[in-house]
Design a protein around this ligand. Structure first.
Ligand SMILES: Cc1cc2nc3c(=O)[nH]c(=O)nc-3n(C[C@H](O)[C@H](O)[C@H](O)COP(=O)(O)OP(=O)(O)OC[C@H]3O[C@@H](n4cnc5c(N)ncnc54)[C@H](O)[C@@H]3O)c2cc1C
Length: 398
């Protein structure tokens, strides 16, 4: 029998399965999909995510991947720059852009070499198995099952395991819908290589040259708001109405190549509990994150590091206690990051939907900009670096 059954090979599940197999445990890793090329997985690795990868002993793997440092962050109101901040801000490392597909493929290449790891690609889990009160494994969609001492639910924001276990998701914030557009490479060489947020004409959006070299554009909708029915030309015009001149001209000129919109619904939440006897939820399954300031991958990696630390050294009869230790150690950081993401979203919503506030901010950008930058910067430290004691250090012993 497996010691661990890991469901989902996203950043949380794949790194956890790899660490546990390397620590000498039998691990079954089950993934519904056969490929990693899903579009909405985000490219940004914050210093705290890079630190987790380093602590897993996977720095060399990360260095081998094509990547580029993010150049900085900026906020624009009514097409005027309110403030801009260059990377790496106060961190030692800049935020890096790495295609998540490439990262996951490289991790998988390492994982399949581990003799104790069984890889089950293209296999969806359809339910939980129980022995008495205890979860003892998972049922597979094609028939059959996998038994284990502990099931690790790393199956993302819509987690089937969370629902099957009857664990409630406490919704945080209002949630939102995101329309995603891309303009393919090649882009002008002098295009800003940072992440910019834009608030104009009652609309909110963002622009960033992703790790693949494509320009990624996001357009925010209220939760439940229907996608406006617009032709590609009309969308290019709408985006140009939100963006400053260089980006606006680019989108207009290359309107024929604009891909999208693709709608992504985002509900932020926190599972009431991350565990039941025989089960531990991690990553988005335990705490679906907002895309604000790129937290999800980083926190999923940090969950995985902490889980490997506690679970890897627990005896069979200590696994539930070890799962409790994981939840205890990770909760403060998750709560803090979700609160910071919500604060940032609320502020953006307020400015984005108040014409008077926008007009005032853009008129007084020379004075208001540095103040807004100060408020913004105060939030970024923890979101980049994470919280002290949130991942294992020499001081934490099992
Ligand atoms: C538009 C957008 C942009 C984002 N940008 C960023 C960013 O730049 N930086 C960042 O840090 N975060 C970003 N995020 C968030 C980030 O993508 C997620 O938080 C992160 O991927 C969570 O990792 P995970 O391993 O918990 O889950 P996931 O990455 O969702 O992986 C879950 C895996 O489980 C599999 N699965 C699901 N159900 C089953 C089943 N029944 N059986 C078997 N397998 C199953 C899925 O196929 C999937 O591979 C963004 C999110 C969105 C929506």
């Amino acid at each position: 029998m497996n010691r661990f059954v890991v469901v989902g090979a996203g950043p949380a599940g794949l790194t956890l399965a790899l660490q546990l197999a390397r620590a000498g445990h039998h691990v079954a890793l089950v993934e519904a999909s056969r490929q990693f090329s899903r579009q909405f997985r985000g490219d940004a690795l914050m210093p705290c995510g890079q630190e987790a990868i380093a602590r897993m002993g996977l720095s060399a793997l990360l260095e081998r991947l094509p990547q580029r440092p993010l150049e900085g962050w900026s906020v624009w109101v009514n097409k005027r720059q309110l403030f801009a901040v260059s990377e790496p801000m106060q961190s030692l490392q800049p935020c890096r852009l790495v295609q998540q597909r490439l990262l996951l493929e490289a991790l998988l290449e390492e994982a399949v070499q581990e003799p104790l790891l069984q890889w089950h690609p293209g296999v969806a889990v359809r339910g939980l198995r129980r022995r008495g009160e205890r979860i003892s494994g998972v049922e597979l969609a094609g028939g059959g099952c996998l038994e284990g001492d502990l099931v690790l639910g790393c199956d993302g924001r819509q987690s089937l395991l969370r629902r099957e276990a009857g664990i409630q998701l406490l919704e945080r914030g209002q949630g939102l819908e995101l329309l995603w557009f891309e303009l393919p490479d090649p882009l002008p060489a002098d295009l800003d290589g940072g992440f910019s947020t834009h608030l104009a004409g009652g609309a909110i959006g963002s622009a960033c040259v992703g790790a693949s070299g494509n320009l990624q554009l996001a357009w925010l909708l209220e939760r439940g708001e229907a996608t406006p029915q617009r032709s590609r030309e009309q969308w290019a015009q709408a985006l140009a109405g939100l963006l400053p001149p260089q980006l606006a001209n680019l989108v207009r000129q290359r309107c024929g190549e604009l891909q999208g919109p693709l709608k992504v619904s985002v509900q932020v939440g926190l599972a009431r509990s991350w565990r039941q006897p025989g089960l531990l939820l991690l990553g988005d399954a335990a705490h679906p994150m907002s895309p604000v300031r790129a937290q999800g991958i980083n926190l999923a990696l940090r969950d995985s590091l902490v889980a490997a630390h506690w679970l890897g050294r627990a005896k069979t009869d200590q696994l539930d206690a070890a799962a409790a230790a994981v939840e205890r150690q990770r909760l403060p950081e998750i709560r803090r990051m979700q609160a910071l993401q919500s604060a940032e979203a609320r502020q953006g919503h307020l400015i984005g939907h108040s014409p008077l506030l926008r007009a005032t901010l853009s008129r007084t950008a020379a004075i208001a900009g540095p103040l807004a930058k100060q408020v913004w910067m105060a939030r970024q430290g923890p979101m980049r670096e994470g919280l002290a004691e949130a991942i294992p250090s020499a001081r934490i012993t099992p």
